[in-house]
Ligand binder design. Structure first.
Ligand SMILES: *Cc1c(COP(=O)(O)O)cnc(C)c1O
Length: 222
């Protein structure tokens, strides 16, 4: 199927309130433009250098989401333009984002990444860590970050029950944070879960944002 057709089919399937992040990592600008010309405006990248290059070369009304693991020393390169940071996984990183956002006179939207998978290689907070941070109160001082919700990646497995369980865990984390610490913040509303192989399960479990790459652009060659 063409890129444009894949986008249109996905959009037909998705509930209106679910945002499609087209994950264009490793793919050429021509592929992104095909999606763009089919109406897609939200794209996700996971490498800072690749993202900044694509940002410079492609239309300025694209909303670029950073979906990868972000190192504190690289925040400055994307702080001027990034629309949403999905993978915020430490207080140190959040503080750096706040500082770089302030330099750019911006408030940068962020999602807190939680570790929900069985693999120990996937990044993210545990709920215990988050409770400590929240009780510490330092997040409230960060005026240039806008914490909009949570993000997670399920275990890489064919076991749909396991994936559903992990997504449900993240939904529960979201609800707990919402009800305990973000009650007054209308911005705290996003649950970023679901990729090419599991977005249907993710939507059942409350996803508001799916990150889909290979189902749109085809397999990646690294
Ligand atoms: C690559 C990537 C995706 C997209 O994966 P596909 O299986 O190609 O849809 C989604 N989220 C993150 C964090 C990724 O790194």
């Amino acid at each position: 199927m063409s890129i444009a057709n894949s986008i249109l089919k996905l959009k037909e399937f998705l509930p209106k309130e679910v945002t499609l992040v087209a994950v264009s990592k490793t793919k050429p600008n021509s592929d992104i433009m095909e999606a763009y010309n089919a109406g897609q405006r939200v794209f996700g990248e996971n490498k800072v250098q690749e993202l900044t290059q694509k940002y410079e070369e492609l239309p300025k009304d694209i909303a670029w989401h950073f979906i990868g693991h972000l190192q504190s020393n690289k925040v400055k390169y994307i702080a001027p333009f990034v629309s949403l940071l999905h993978g915020v996984d430490s207080l140190k990183l959040l503080k750096t984002i706040d500082k770089e956002a302030r330099k750019n006179h911006r408030v940068i939207p962020c999602l807190l990444q939680f570790h929900i998978a069985l693999e120990s290689t996937k990044f993210g907070f545990s709920m215990d860590e988050m409770e400590d941070i929240m009780r510490g109160g330092s997040i409230a001082e960060l005026k240039n970050v806008n914490i909009c919700g949570v993000m997670g990646m399920a275990t890489y497995t064919d076991d749909q029950t396991q994936i559903a369980k992990e997504f449900e865990e993240l939904s529960n984390i979201f609800n707990r944070l919402k009800n305990t610490y973000f009650k007054e913040q209308g911005n705290f509303k996003e649950i970023s879960i679901g990729m090419s192989n599991d977005y249907a399960i993710a939507i059942e479990k409350g996803s508001t944002m799916i990150r889909v790459g290979s189902s749109i652009f085809g397999e990646r060659n690294y």
